[in-house]
Design a protein around this ligand. Structure first.
Ligand code: ADP
Length: 439
């Protein structure tokens, strides 16, 4: 009622006037003072205990039994408590509405601890992953999604790209997992149903594979007849140029179909579970031989293709695919560099990676083209390709081969300063020569 200061002054005033009055009546100042001060102390201890009792019981009733300052203190405590309760209620409501909004999302969200234990999930996540509150709270994610691919993906700690895996509860359904580490508060896992998308992708690659396959047979026949006509000089001299052109275009088309088939095969079939152990030296020598053949075919006699000093390293993977990737890079260097260029094939170990390199001192590639080079049919200069014999699929094939081998293709190039194509393989694919698969 009087506030903290007022109450304190009032109580002190009462104490003093009590001591003065009784001190004068009794004329025993010391004893009177002691009695009054002790009394005041006893009262304050009793009040403090009453307040403590009230706090302990957390009773909702008002502390009407306490006078003055004590009542004021209890009222302030009650007021604070009410405010905290209101804030808690508001936070709860906000959390509920946030959870409802997250549940209305199309994607499943799972909040995980740093140890990949499930803390919370939204409605779509329970639908997609079959999560149930009574069993799965605090459960390890890997007990739920039991695929070695997910464990490997998590171990590699590279979450730039999402991973697509079959659903753990519905056969035929494909789920895409995106891992988003949240600073200081675990991990957020975003789960999306990509069944329709994967089906469409599959239909697209099947369509390309089928059409390439269907076109291959008639084209082989056309090629065969054209070759027979050219070889046996069965056309009049004025028709010779046309028939040679037709043969060249048919061969180009054949190469295009082969590349399309290879690409769709790379996209749709999993890499064999038992990779071969491949000698790096042998695979590079193979690319060197093919490069030399192409160089003669393109009449670039002065172009030099050299093999760097190669250690006795091995790579585990698919011989055909890796040979095709290195072959494509070497063929590109021969095609796009002028006669007299210097092309080097090499291999080295850099940190955690084995790196196969194809380096040339040719025209280089302007920086604006670099991010798009591995797209299908992307060419720096469209007018060049028919002359150089490329299909526009070479680097797309290399990229896919690298992805299938857990690696990446890195391209470094500057106009007029040549190019370096680097195939980076993960450490677990490296080895040293002991037993090597025959090509
Ligand atoms: P293509 O069949 O046309 O060669 P690629 O996918 O192999 O298709 O290459 C894409 C484009 O990258 C090529 O068209 C070419 O312009 C450019 N390119 C590839 N390799 C080199 C290189 N070594 N030097 C310069 N340009 C290159």
């Amino acid at each position: 009622m009087y506030g903290y200061f007022g109450t304190t002054v009032l109580q002190a005033g009462l104490l003093f006037s009590g001591i003065l009055t009784f001190g004068q009546i009794t004329d025993r100042w010391l004893e009177t003072s002691l009695v009054f001060v002790s009394g005041a102390l006893v009262i304050s201890v009793i009040r403090r205990n009453q307040l403590y009792d009230w706090l302990q019981k957390k009773s909702d009733e008002k502390m009407s039994r306490l006078p003055g300052l004590w009542l004021d203190m209890s009222e302030r405590i009650t007021h604070r408590e009410n405010e905290v309760k209101k804030a808690e209620l508001r936070a709860r409501e906000q959390l509920m509405s946030l959870q409802q909004s997250l549940s209305s999302l199309d994607a499943g969200l799972v909040s995980l601890t740093d140890q990949w234990r499930i803390q919370w999930w939204n409605e779509p996540a329970s639908r997609l992953l079959g999560l149930r509150t009574e069993y799965d709270e605090e459960a390890a994610l890997f007990n739920l999604v039991r695929t070695p691919e997910l464990i490997r993906y998590v171990e590699e700690q590279n979450f730039e790209l999402p991973i697509t895996l079959p659903s753990p509860i519905t056969s035929g359904r494909m789920l895409e997992y995106t891992v988003c580490p949240v600073r200081d508060s675990g991990i957020l896992l975003v789960v999306r149903d990509v069944t329709r998308f994967t089906r469409l992708e599959r239909m697209r690659s099947d369509f390309i594979a089928n059409i390439s396959h269907e076109l291959k047979t008639p084209l082989t026949v056309i090629n065969g007849y054209l070759e027979t006509i050219v070889d046996n000089q069965m056309v009049a001299p004025q028709g010779q140029r046309a028939i040679t052109q037709a043969l060249r275009q048919a061969e180009r088309m054949n190469q295009l179909l082969q590349d399309l088939l290879l690409l769709s095969q790379l996209e749709t079939t999993p890499l064999g579970s038992k990779p071969s152990v491949i000698s790096v030296k042998e695979i590079l020598e193979h690319a060197l031989r093919e490069g030399n053949e192409l160089k003669h075919a393109l009449d670039k006699q002065n172009t030099q293709i050299r093999l760097d000093d190669i250690s006795a390293m091995t790579l585990s993977g698919d011989w055909k695919e890796l040979a095709s990737a290195i072959g494509n890079l070497t063929a590109n260097a021969v095609r796009y560099c002028p006669d007299g260029s210097d092309i080097r094939l090499g291999f080295c170990v850099e940190g955690d990676h084995g790196v196969l390199t194809v380096t040339d001192d040719g025209p280089g590639i302007p920086p604006e083209h670099l991010p798009r080079l591995t797209e299908r049919f992307y060419r720096v200069d469209n007018s060049h390709s028919p002359a150089t014999g490329g299909t526009g699929l070479g680097l797309a094939i290399v990229k896919h081969v690298m992805l299938r081998h857990g690696g990446v293709l890195d391209i470094q190039s500057k106009p007029n300063q040549g190019s370096t194509f680097r195939c980076l393989f993960p450490k677990d694919r490296l080895g040293t020569i002991k037993a090597v698969a025959a090509p």
